[in-house]
Design a binder for this molecule. Sequence first.
Ligand SMILES: [Zn+2]
Length: 226
Amino acid sequence: MKLTRLLWLIAAFMVAFTHAALAGEDADFQHLCRVFLLTPKVDGYGDFFEKDIIAAEKMGMELCEYSIGGLIAKNRPSLAEMLRAVEEETGVEPGITACFRDDKYRPRAEGKANDPRDSFHGGTNVTKGYGDGEACDIVGLAHNRRERDERNAVVWAWLRKNDERFGWKLIYGECDGGHVAPLKGREYYAKFGAWNRPCKHGTRIAKGKRRSARFASLPGARHAPH
Ligand SMILES: [Zn+2]
């Protein structure tokens, strides 16, 4: 009898534990979804929100199910934790302009550099596709262009210093739209050291020197799907 009781207890604990773990995961998923949906999907070319919606529709999915659900699930809690820390430590509310995207996503600019198949957001040349997306693009939430430049700079500078604490890496430093991927993940090794290279387009936003040249040359505007 005692053994039966012990087994019951173990079973009850397991159920409770699983529930708690799932509730935690669910909370992280919901948090990432909320942040993602709240973030204006704007770059130097204009609004690109509908591109994700179209890509999600092609999979027969809701937007969050596609964009956040397509990420490697075990990486979601640390991403959510990092975003909460951004806000706590900088006072700037972070946004997500993109997470999972697969081959169906049509980038604005054509050309090999923008081939969605080569994107660690979920392209099939470098990931297994849905459920295996690695990368997200993190920004500062803002209402206008000037605010966006300033808040992106704050968030990206913070990420540059703190990303590894959370198991993530700002792969291209402050040069490329806040693109983060897991520390010691596939893109981390594929682009090793990219975070130390100077920005190609002279668009390091924290310096702000050349950003008035053309709106299209703003950081983020040039963000190819890596
Ligand atoms: Zn990206």
